[in-house]
Structures are given as C-alpha cells and as structure tokens.
Design a protein around this ligand. Structure first.
Ligand SMILES: NC(=O)c1ccc[n+]([C@@H]2O[C@H](COP(=O)([O-])OP(=O)(O)OC[C@H]3O[C@@H](n4cnc5c(N)ncnc54)[C@H](OP(=O)(O)O)[C@@H]3O)[C@@H](O)[C@H]2O)c1
Length: 270
C-alpha cells in the first residue's frame, strides 16, 4: 500500500482510506471482518462518526488489538458547543478509546462564524487537543468553496471534501490552495456513492491530484481486496483514459445530478 503525508498533521496515511458509512448496514461480525481485512491489507486510516449508526462501535471492536497502528478520523458536528461535547464523548465511548488522532469539524458555511465563538464547538475541540484527547483538527463540509475559505483561517491542518471524477469542483480553488497551505486533503465519496464502478480509474484520478487519501465506503472483503490492489500500485492515467473519464462524466451527468458529491438518479426527486 502506498502512504502519503496528510499535510501538516505529519501523519502518514494509506492512500486507500476506510469510509465508515456502509458497515453500519451489515451485521457486526461481518463488519468486524471487513475492517480487520482492511487493516491487514495496509489501510491505516479509518473514518467514522457517532452519527453513522453503529459504525464506530464496529471499528472500535475490530481495531482494538492494533489501535496504536491506526489513525482514527472522526467527524463531529461543530455548530453548537453542547452538541460537540456530546459527539466527542459518544465517539470515544463507541470507539473504546481515550484519544482520536483527527477530529473533522463538521460545519456549514452558515454555521461557521458561530461555531468558532463562545457557544460553538471549535473551542471544545481546542480544549480536547490541549488535554491530549484529540491530536489534530480538520474541517469538513460538502461545499468545496466554503472549505477553501475555512482553511484560509489557518485553524485546520486537514480537510475532507467530496471529490471524484464527476464532481471536480475541489480542483478549482481548494486543491491548489490546500497544497500551498500544506493542508492535507482527504477525498470523500470517491466513487460517487457506488455509482462509479470503474474503480481503478476513479481512484487513480483522485490520487493524481493533490489528495493524500480517498476514504472509500466498503462493506465486503471483495471490495477491500480489490481496492487495496489498486492502492498497492497507483498509476497515473494516460491521456486516453483522461479523455474517457471526461466522456463518462458528461454521460453520467445526463442521468444523475450531483448532491453533496454523490450521484443521484435524476428521476429521484429532491
Ligand atoms: N462530511 C464528511 O466528512 C462525510 C460525509 C459523507 C461521507 N463521508 C465518508 O466518506 C465515505 C465514502 O463515501 P460513501 O461511502 O458515501 O461513498 P463511496 O465511497 O463513493 O462509495 C461507496 C460504495 O462504493 C461501492 N464500492 C466500494 N468498493 C467497490 C469496488 N471495488 N467495486 C464496486 N463497488 C465498490 C460500494 O457500493 P455497493 O453497495 O454497491 O457495494 C460502497 O457502498 C463514507 O463511507 C464516510 O466515511 C464523510
């Protein structure tokens, strides 16, 4: 597996990261096997949230014997101080751990200013960082241009953004800016929520831009093994492949609309 430094966190993360949403929908034994397999094949970066059903409980159980070798990335809602405190407490309990390497502060553009104030959640994370419970603070939302504004504050060492070869908004401002500020980038919804089935090209597209890791939602051993194989040998895309992806993206956009980085069939109403 290839590993890359996640910006100024200095953490070396596997380019294939583990997206924690789909395991919420499978049995606990199956989920534990999937997470263990991901670790076995070299994944060291696991993203979850106390808001993803029981995903964090399953990840905590699966990784308990290898905890020191793993980087946990946890999304916590940040608009409101009390909610952030509760989310952080819940995450630690679900993961059965006393520390989290990265907390991803989840706020929208509208909530941002308030979230940094007295009654917002950011101060909760700063305190947790001082106490050694949280090592690094990143930010996440679905709007790449808001994330670009947010990282200009210098408060965040890393960012999670929706990014795939169909939804490329991050390329306009966020990715170059993150590079210049040494803010680590994680791509979420790298397969557009499972619609992009040419997985090798989809992941390689992401990895050849300024992105340290892609957190792919995986819910069976086959997906973990297949994706890990791609992560062992990331390969730049040829000009023909790039042309093909542009063509595929145009076609997909006739049938799907983009919602928060996911591809949703146009016939499904908002
Ligand atoms: N703001 C945030 O921080 C935020 C918000 C949302 C999500 N996230 C994170 O981002 C992660 C990724 O997003 P996502 O899970 O929604 O979408 P995704 O990673 O784009 O797609 C996941 C789906 O891709 C399919 N898949 C995976 N490997 C495959 C393979 N080798 N071959 C074929 N299909 C494959 C699976 O679908 P099947 O069901 O068809 O097997 C899986 O459910 C989430 O799990 C979550 O951890 C973060």
């Amino acid at each position: 597996m290839e590993y890359r430094v996640l910006g100024k966190t200095g953490l070396k993360v596997s380019i294939l990261g583990f997206g924690g949403i789909p395991i919420a929908n499978i049995s606990e034994p199956d989920a534990i096997n999937v997470v263990k397999k991901a670790f076995e094949v070299g994944v060291n970066y696991f993203h979850t949230s106390p808001t993803y059903g029981d995903s964090a409980i399953k990840i905590g159980k699966a990784l308990k014997d290898v905890r020191d070798e793993c980087i946990l990335n946890v999304k916590i809602f940040g608009a409101d101080r009390k909610r952030t405190e509760k989310g952080l407490r819940k995450a630690l309990k679900m993961l059965r751990t006393d520390r989290i390497e990265i907390v991803q502060f989840r706020v929208t553009k509208e909530q941002f200013k308030k979230s940094l104030g007295e009654n917002g959640g950011f101060k909760v994370l700063l305190r947790a960082q001082k106490e050694g419970v949280v090592s690094h603070i990143g930010i996440t939302d679905h709007d790449p241009s808001f994330l670009a504004e947010a990282i200009k504050t210098g408060l965040f060492s890393n960012v999670i953004v929706p990014y795939n070869y169909v939804f490329r908004e991050a390329e306009r401002e966020l990715l170059p800016l993150a590079r210049s500020l040494d803010v680590g980038v994680t791509a979420m919804k790298p397969l557009g929520r499972g619609i992009l089935v040419n997985v090798s090209e989809a992941l390689n597209y992401i990895w050849e831009h300024n992105v340290a890791t892609a957190i792919v939602g995986m819910k069976n051993i086959r997906e973990v093994e297949e994706n890990a194989k791609i992560g062992f040998k990331p390969a730049p895309l040829s000009d023909d492949q790039k042309k093909k992806l542009r063509f595929l993206a145009e076609n997909l956009l006739r049938r799907y609309r983009i919602e928060n980085g996911a591809l949703i069939p146009k016939e499904i109403q908002k």
